[in-house]
Design a protein around this ligand. Structure first.
Ligand SMILES: [Zn+2]
Length: 151
């Protein structure tokens, strides 16, 4: 069985005989561990391998998401993640006020953790952006550092 793998170092596609343990990248000489490498296409025929490698090379050029997980360059952010709108940016005044009121319900104040748990899985940055936006729009105020209250 032959397959197309992508070098984790230089991110170029290459064909490999999958019965081998490793294959050496022709571009950067990195030894690719075939037992760990993701195989993007498989073929029984060695003759079909160059075509499969060529297609993978085209895909890599067109779509950054097909790069292997080992890729660590700062530009490696998957475009899909960027498409998700930031919670804070997508909320209008009405929604901000509703959320703040909800957070403050039955309580004297709420804090960063309350905001975080209300949003589900979001980054610290997102939580802070949302709080900043609510403060900025005058939806909430900060009676004490880290405490927030609906205006
Ligand atoms: Zn390489």
């Amino acid at each position: 069985m032959f397959g197309v793998v992508v070098c984790p170092k230089c991110h170029r596609a290459r064909g490999a005989d999958l019965s081998n343990q490793t294959t050496r990248c022709a571009h950067c000489s990195h030894v690719i561990d075939l037992s760990k490498a993701r195989v993007y296409a498989r073929t029984d025929s060695k003759d079909k391998l160059p075509e499969a490698v060529r297609r993978m090379t085209e895909k890599l050029a067109a779509n950054i998401e097909d790069y292997p997980a080992e890729r660590k360059r700062p530009v490696a952010r998957a475009p899909q993640k960027e498409k998700q709108p930031r919670k804070a940016d997508s909320m209008n005044m009405e929604e901000l006020r509703t959320l703040a009121t909800e957070l403050n319900r039955g309580k004297d104040h709420f804090d960063v953790e309350d905001v975080r748990s209300s949003l589900g899985t979001v980054s610290d940055e997102d939580v802070n952006r949302l709080i900043d936006k609510m403060l900025d729009r005058g939806v909430i105020f900060q009676p004490q550092a880290g405490w927030f209250r609906v205006v």
